[in-house]
Design a protein around this ligand. Structure first.
Ligand code: BEZ
Length: 239
């Protein structure tokens, strides 16, 4: 029997690839992405819809943390498939009326992209039909100063994001770049980092015999090293 089912192949952006380019209208004027953000880290994130409760809690949290992200050389850019006037009205309502978990009078100063055509959302794989054909899922793209996608996280409509984790991931990526290391489970500045076994200097035996300075090897493939929190803050956050 002939198979008449159409298989639609959707190409999604991937880690390690250049962030797809687009031009868009936002609540802070027009942007040319990622060109306008070269030299900065940027978190591009989508939300399902304006005037919805989970999204409102997320925007208030992100806006409250904007300065913290800026200190880590990271800009924020939001997107939903709503229009500009909806965005403006929603953000004004948040500032004027919403008080939540001690946050009030919250002004969202980062750009929120209007994407009524869904062109950008589709380019970034933010429309996931199993979840919704008409709303973007909660996507997060962490993009580095060269415009390369470094981390992608997708959440469904019902699940609000953990913004401490997004900040942790950003600082871990920056630490990995700055010190040439990897970061273990639940890493935070001040915790030991991981030294990659592949191609690093010294032999496995040297490592296990403690002949490589400052390494703590649990086995030949699993070595950690201490980097003080102050060192991370100085070199990554320039503090
Ligand atoms: C919300 O942000 O509350 C939401 C948005 C879309 C679907 C479900 C919840």
């Amino acid at each position: 029997m002939e198979n008449t089912q159409e298989v639609k192949v959707v190409s999604l952006p991937r880690i390690g690839e250049a962030a797809p380019e687009f031009k868009a209208v936002t609540t802070q004027g027009d942007i040319n992405f990622p060109a306008d953000y070269k030299g900065s880290w940027v978190i591009l994130f989508s939300h399902p819809a304006d005037f919805t409760p989970v999204c409102t809690s997320e925007f208030m949290t992100f806006a409250t943390m904007e300065e913290q992200f800026a200190e880590a050389n990271c800009k924020l850019v939001g997107l939903s498939v709503d229009g500009l006037y909806s965005h403006i009205a929603w953000l004004r309502t948040i500032k004027e009326k919403i008080e939540y978990k001690g946050m009030k009078n919250v002004e969202v100063k980062f750009p929120l992209i209007e994407d009524i055509t869904m062109d950008v959302a589709k380019k970034y794989g933010m429309i996931q039909p199993g979840e919704s054909n008409t709303k973007a899922v909660r996507a997060v793209f962490i993009i580095d100063p060269k415009g390369v996608i470094r981390t992608i996280i997708y959440y469904p409509l019902s699940l609000g994001r953990n913004f401490d984790e997004l900040y942790r991931a950003l600082i871990a990526l920056q630490t990995a770049d700055e010190f040439g290391v990897a970061t273990p489970a639940d890493w935070r500045p001040g915790d030991d980092v991981i030294i990659s076994p592949a191609g690093s200097c010294g032999t496995a035996k040297d490592r296990m015999d403690g002949k490589e300075d400052g390494l703590d090897c649990k086995d030949w493939f699993f070595c950690t090293k201490k980097i003080d929190k102050e060192e991370v803050l100085k070199r990554v956050l320039k503090k």
